[in-house]
Write a protein of this length. Sequence first.
Length: 181
Amino acid sequence: MATMTLFHSPLSPFVRKVMVVLHETAQLERVKLQPVNISPVSGDPQLNQDNPIGKIPALRLDDGTVLHDSRVICEYLDQQHVGLPLLPREGSARWRRLTLVSQADAIMDAAVSSRYESFLRPEDKRWDGWLQAQGDKIRRSLANLEQEHLPELDVRVRPGGNWRGVCVGVSGFASAGVWLA
C-alpha cells in the first residue's frame, strides 16, 4: 500500500536514481508516483506548495513531510528498509562511496545543464564553451569511474555502485541528442 508520494518525471536522471533505490530496497509498492510537468522556467503548483525550490524528485512522506533532492531521498529510503544498507554507515568505506555518489550526481548535473543550454536557450545566446566544458566533465568523470573504480562498482544496483549505470543512461540520452546537442 502506498504511504508516500514521489513527484517525478521519467526523464530526470535524479528521479531515475531514486527509482533505482526504491527497486533495490523493495519499497516501490510504498510509493505513489505523481508525474509533474516542470521546466526551469515553469513549475507545478502542487509540487511548489510543499517544495518551494520546485525541483524533482520530491518525496511526500505519510506524515506530510516533503523531502527533496535525490541524495536526501535516497539516504532516507536506505534508512527505512529492512535489508543491508546500500551505503556503508561509517568509516572510510562510507566516505569513499559517498564521493562516488557525488561524482555520479555531478555527471548528471553537467548533462542536465547542457540540455538546458542546448534546448532552452535561444540559439543566438548559446555558449559553446559552456557546452564543451560540461561534455568534458562528463567524459572525464565516466573515464575515471571506469579506470579507477570499476572493481567496486558492482553489477548490483546500489548508490555509488551502479550509479554509473544511471549516468551511462544519461550519456545515452546525450548520444541520442535528447540531453545534449
